[in-house]
Design a protein around this ligand. Sequence first.
Ligand code: ATP
Ligand code: MG
Length: 511
Amino acid sequence: MNNFITNIIDNDIKNGLSIKNIKFRFPPEPNGFLHLGHIKSLYINFTLAKKYNAKINLRFEDTNPNNINIKYINQIIKNIKWLGFKYTKITYISNYFNILYKWAKQLIIKKKAYIQKIYNNKIYNIKNIENNLFLFKNMKNGKYKENSYILRAKINNNSPNFYLKDPIMYRIINKKHLFTKDKWCIYPTYDWAHGQSDYIEKISHSLCSIEFQHHKPLYDWYINKIYNKNFNIIKPKQIEFSRLNISNTITSKRQINILKKTKIINNLCDPRLCTITSFKKKGYDAKYIINFIKNIGYSKRNNNINIKKLELYIKKKIINKSPKLLVILNPIKLTIINFPKNSIEWIYINNKNYYPKYKIIPFTKTIYIDKNDFKDIYDKNFFRLSLNNYVRLKYSYIIKIFKIVKINNNIKKIYCKIYNTIKNNKIKSTIQWVSVKYNTKINITLYNYIYFKNNNIINKNSLNSINVYGDISINNINLYNIYQFHRIGFFYFFKKKNNIFYFKKLFFLNP
Ligand code: ATP
Ligand code: MG
């Protein structure tokens, strides 16, 4: 495995970096659930760690008490475990608040940081070192209101790089922190906390997505200010890779949270999202997703992936592993005139490569087929059941409409007749059916893309669940397996309750 990142690392080794000192980290902010984009970041970091036999920390960037939540921390840990990535240890930036504070004071003393006072919409920069230290201590001790004072790094207000225009290092947030509780009233910004945490943890290569490339000069500026040759022989180096975006759904924790706040989704496991939890709940195998990411590869340019690519990839993986079932989504009843009343014919089905190898389903005088497979007129371009068309019932008889009874133009009854000696070339198609008397009640969760193509317009009512009929072999299927509903798609069997079998559609794609 060689790519532009390993080239950088190999070059660092050539220039004297000991392989023992190579170390990585994966740094999520615990403000939401991990998604497909994070899988890319995880994959890159963990593959590199493996290649260089290096340590890798899972670091929670818990710098903003307004955003973080213990349930996100727990979920992130679970997700990473599910994906099979093994980190060296878990760390939290909040454990470094003391030293970050100390370093900030040193910057004030070196005149590399200053307090800015905001009062009546006017801004005052504090010049004197003693005053700065005094105000900074008061900020820390909760003497001031939010937004009344901030600490800024003194870099260059005329810099063309926004992040070098005297960036904010600390702001007042009067909120109890999950771990440090009431101890702090000031919290470090991402830029101030992130690189310094890399430094503290002796991370050699700090990988992040491309949007951070403009932060890099600031990253280096901060590191150079705190760098001490005597304590730490490596300066962490930021390396950017392309961000993964996917069509029709969203890869941003923040934006996913907005969907939740606005009640477009109820939870972060919603099957229309590309969160790891939603993948798991749809029965995706972690291996498949990781391999998909692996195939996308590394690059600096943004990856804009069409979601269909992921769906087709998953479909290819499961298509030969998912036993077929007969399910009717929109039932319409047929009566077979030349089949005896109250009689059952057991149909043996060779289940080919699947377990169980054989199954039996009952054929009866009345059956359901799907409304969409039926037309009450003759239509030579309709290749399903319409007047004068022969169709085959999957695993069973060839039928044709015999009579349709209508009252006030509403269909009241449909009679069909079995024909046994029709030549194959006369049969329009094979359609699914289930017995009216012997079937299994199932509930299926269906959904569509949450965003229309360009990710601008939300497809609001794109999730629903319906109760429908399935064939009785469903009574013997295994929980947490994927099944193919004949001519409908792929579904994950995730729950059985009160004799109802619950399935979830695997992806948006139709078969
Ligand atoms: P938010 O969406 O809330 O801004 P985020 O998606 O940037 O958050 P972080 O917790 O900041 O998530 O990211 C953790 C790591 O994952 C970072 O190194 C980040 O660069 C990387 N990452 C996040 N999203 C993507 C993505 N879509 N593609 C590749 N890497 C990503
Ligand atoms: Mg982010």
